[in-house]
Design a protein around this ligand. Structure first.
Ligand code: HSE
Length: 443
């Protein structure tokens, strides 16, 4: 875009005026002077494409055409850049293709689209001499795409560990801090504009997994089909688990991990116990956190709002400015981001040796604890501590032994051994329902 008359404003199109799109308008209008200074010229919203033009917007819109037809942006030669700020795969994918084919550079926050169709869209953009910028797709306002892709480019990245879904973190924090129910906390996350249009993608771990796949591409230079990453969401976490974790000095967080191991990548997204006082445990509400280890820089920690209107819009507008000044095109051309020859990741099964937190609900009668610990012992698993509180349901103890939760913290042991042991444990007649196993992160 560098060959425009510098005195002229850059005219951009917005596709989507929902939570993020409205935030982008607010920044571009309210901070116009400041943005002109960074971009070297004014940036003007020229048109918007939305699903429902009659809908009320969370911003004061400039007098621009608003239509349902992507052609009002793609076919307007005065518009050189489009911000694609709608979620989901279709029509987002077709609209991105049309925008690129019409000669527009694209800025997007749509991580599902990139995680699913990234290679073909990036290849198309490269072939057409266009660029795609996507800082807002991962960790909202934290500039983690630029940090990994550019600022830490000197490093061989060894590992990434992070909290990448603001909605899940908000729900877990509300449950632990004020005893909110899961449903109440989710409804509040939706009302605050943190959740995806389909919030099941937040709570089942899909959103965090797609973001981990994108970060892993930047960090490790491989393409990871996100569906191959083992994934468990917070929909498996209940208030009792949170209370037991607190009793042991931990909080529960949805943690995404990718690390090199013997030429492969060990990756997973799952709820884990994080020790109170460590940075991940202190990441609250809609905040995200990313911890990266690079061979030259050592460990770096990033923390900031990972969801919500203005933090996400902050990243979108930074990408718009980068595209206007020409930085995006240079990075896009030179880094070979998601090029056709990007190798596919070789994933290792995660068999981390770590402590594990187990909750096993059993019938409360003599010998049951010995039986469970015996099975763990047979699998070489050593126990660090056990909690057993009063029975879950007192019932009629003379005829019906009540159920009770056994909460066990193991010493460090391979997760494969724990899963094998739990398969045997869950087959015992005294075990009620499926046991829960969470990894424990002590630092
Ligand atoms: N729904 C996402 C989250 C928004 O909660 O993190 C940012 O991608």
């Amino acid at each position: 875009m560098a060959h425009h008359d510098l005195a002229q404003p850059v005219r951009i199109g917005l596709v989507g005026l929902g939570t993020v799109g409205s935030g982008v308008v607010r920044i571009l209008v309210d901070s116009a002077d400041h943005i002109t200074r960074h971009a070297g010229r004014p940036i003007e919203v020229a048109a918007a494409v939305v699903r429902d033009p009659a809908k009320e917007r969370d911003c004061t819109l400039p007098a621009i055409p608003i239509s349902t037809d992507i052609g009002t942006i793609s076919q307007d030669p005065s518009i050189t850049l489009a911000a694609l700020l709608v979620g989901g795969l279709e029509p987002a994918r077709s609209m991105m293709v049309e925008l690129l084919e019409s000669g527009k550079d694209v800025v997007t926050a749509n991580k599902a689209l990139l995680a699913e169709h990234g290679p073909e869209l990036f290849e198309l953009a490269r072939r057409l001499g266009r660029s795609i910028a996507f800082e807002a797709a991962v960790a909202g306002g934290i500039p983690i795409v630029a940090a990994i892709g550019e600022c830490l480019a000197a490093n061989r990245i060894e590992s990434i560990r992070g909290i990448l879904n603001g909605t899940s973190n908000f729900i877990l924090t509300r449950m632990e801090e004020d005893g909110s129910s899961y449903a109440e906390a989710l409804a509040l996350a939706q009302a605050k504009g943190f959740a995806e249009a389909d919030p099941s993608m937040d709570v089942d771990g899909t959103d965090a997994t797609q973001k981990l796949a994108i970060l892993s591409h930047l960090a490790f230079g491989v393409w990871v089909p996100w569906k191959e990453i083992p994934r468990t969401g917070i929909d498996t976490v209940d208030i009792d688990l949170i209370r037991y974790a607190a009793e042991l000095g931990y909080r529960i967080r949805l943690v995404a991990v990718a690390r090199r191991t013997d030429g492969r990548l060990a990756m997973r997204v799952a709820p884990a116990l994080v020790k109170i006082g460590t940075p991940l445990a202190e990441t609250r509400g809609a905040y995200n956190a990313v911890s990266i280890v690079g061979d030259a820089v050592g460990r770096m920690f990033f923390h900031g709002l990972g969801a919500g209107q203005m933090p996400t819009a902050s990243a979108v507008v930074a990408d718009i400015i980068d595209t206007v000044v020409g930085r995006t095109a240079i990075t896009f051309r030179t880094t070979g981001l998601l090029s056709a020859d990007t190798p596919a990741a070789k994933l290792a099964g995660v068999d981390a040796s770590e402590r594990h937190f187990l909750r096993i609900v059993v019938t409360d009668r003599p010998g049951v604890l010995a039986r469970i610990t015996g099975i763990l012992g047979d699998h070489g698993i050593s126990i660090a501590s056990v909690i057993q509180h009063d029975p879950i349901d007192a019932g009629d103890a003379t005829t019906v032994p009540p159920d009770v939760a056994l909460v066990i913290m193991t010493h460090s042991c391979p997760s494969g051994a724990v899963h094998e042991a739990l398969l045997s444990i869950d087959r015992c007649d005294v075990v009620r329902g499926k046991s829960v196993c969470l990894g424990v992160l002590d630092e």
